[in-house]
Design a protein around this ligand. Structure first.
Ligand code: TYM
Length: 335
């Protein structure tokens, strides 16, 4: 039997942060040799909220370079850009026509983001999960590794698959049902300034997140200032201490220690003792990523060749699925 397939993506909006890394990219890297992987930079998603045309292309390249810097290996994985492959937009249209609007209005992320946009909510923001469903379904993945916040979108994708196959499959599975792959630890990294909110690219305060490209000084400053509490002794899983749980989890994931080891190490510590340790671990974990990122960015020709090759491989898969979907819906598709 061949390897199972993985598909996932990150939006090129703002800086990638520890949440993106621990919730998604690091898991892609750790699992990649077991799977046939497709990793997309989802630049069509990036325009669902107001965006800056002057930086869209460079932001897209930066994310692709970060995939490589974090350890995505082209031996196992294909890296490509969503907008290079027209099938994403085309399948979105086909799926739009079978997706009830109220399914989209129920999406938590839509509700949260729509509130931030005030009266200027674009149709694309509502439609965003259908585009995400198209991203996934075109590649017929077995699994979609993401953080907790994307779970609802994958459930919606599964509902769309059921509906499509029911309407057009004549008893066959035309579109393949994907499964979410969400690791227990790191699936929801929280803000450094409020342990009840997730770490996010769109938080106006840069102090709320550690960006993957932050300098050691910035990291030290952010950890020094991050929110804590006045209790001595650091513990996991105390609902009254969300910041404590979050910082211990980051420390655990980046140090490679087990939860039991970290719990034992930190049970008698105060914040003054823990914060320098955490700072050191974060700086050490990000250093090789930052060095590799500089190398990749210094050779734009190489990055372009990676994306060109990725486009070819991705296009070959995507166009076949699109063709199948169109034929099932009744379109004539001469070869
Ligand atoms: P995006 O760009 O917001 O985030 C990329 C990945 O990072 C995860 N993530 C987090 N994980 C843990 N803690 C956090 N604080 C945190 N913040 C973000 C996200 O869950 C995600 O896995 N809609 C998607 C992008 C997308 C996609 C796809 C993903 C478009 N098409 C197809 C998978 C498959 C998004 O906006 O992710």
């Amino acid at each position: 039997m061949g390897k199972q397939r993985i598909l996932s993506g990150v939006q090129p909006t703002g800086n990638l942060h520890l949440g993106n890394y621990l919730g998604a990219i690091r898991n892609w890297v750790q699992g990649q040799s077991q799977y046939d992987n497709y990793f997309c930079v989802v630049d069509l998603h990036a325009i669902t909220v107001p965006h800056n045309p002057a930086t869209l292309a460079s932001d897209t390249y930066n994310v692709a370079a970060l995939y490589l810097a974090c350890g995505i290996d082209l031996k196992y994985s294909t890296i490509f850009v969503q907008s290079h492959i027209p099938a994403h937009a085309e399948l979105t249209w086909l799926l739009n026509c079978i997706t009830p609007i109220n399914w989209l209005q129920d999406m938590i992320q839509f509700k949260e983001k729509a509130v931030k946009q005030g009266e200027n909510v674009a149709t694309g923001l509502l439609d965003y999960p259908v585009l995400m469903a198209a991203d996934i379904l075109l590649y017929e993945p077995d699994k979609v590794p993401v953080g907790e916040d994307q779970k609802q979108h994958i459930e919606l994708t599964r509902d769309i698959v059921n509906r499509f196959n029911h309407l057009f499959g004549q008893g066959k599975q035309i579109l393949k049902q994907p499964e979410p792959l969400i690791n227990k630890e790191g699936a929801r990294v929280m803000s450094l300034t409020d342990g009840t909110r997730k770490m996010s690219k769109s938080d106006p305060s840069d102090l709320s997140r550690i960006n993957l490209l932050d300098s050691p000084d910035e990291i030290a400053k952010k950890i020094k200032r991050c929110k804590t509490d006045s209790v001595r002794g650091l513990v996991f899983d105390d609902p009254a201490r969300p910041e404590c749980n979050n910082l211990l989890t980051i420390y655990m994931l980046l140090s490679g220690k087990t939860k039991e080891e970290v719990a034992a190490e930190c049970q008698d510590m105060g914040w003054g003792q823990f914060k320098p340790l955490l700072t050191e671990i974060i700086i050490a974990a990000l250093k090789p990523i930052q060095e590799k990122y500089k190398e990749v960015m210094a050779d734009k020709g190489y990055l372009e060749s990676v994306l060109r090759e990725g486009r070819q491989k991705a296009e070959a898969v995507a166009s076949q699925t699109l063709r199948k979907a169109k034929i099932a819906m009744g379109y004539s598709m001469p070869l």
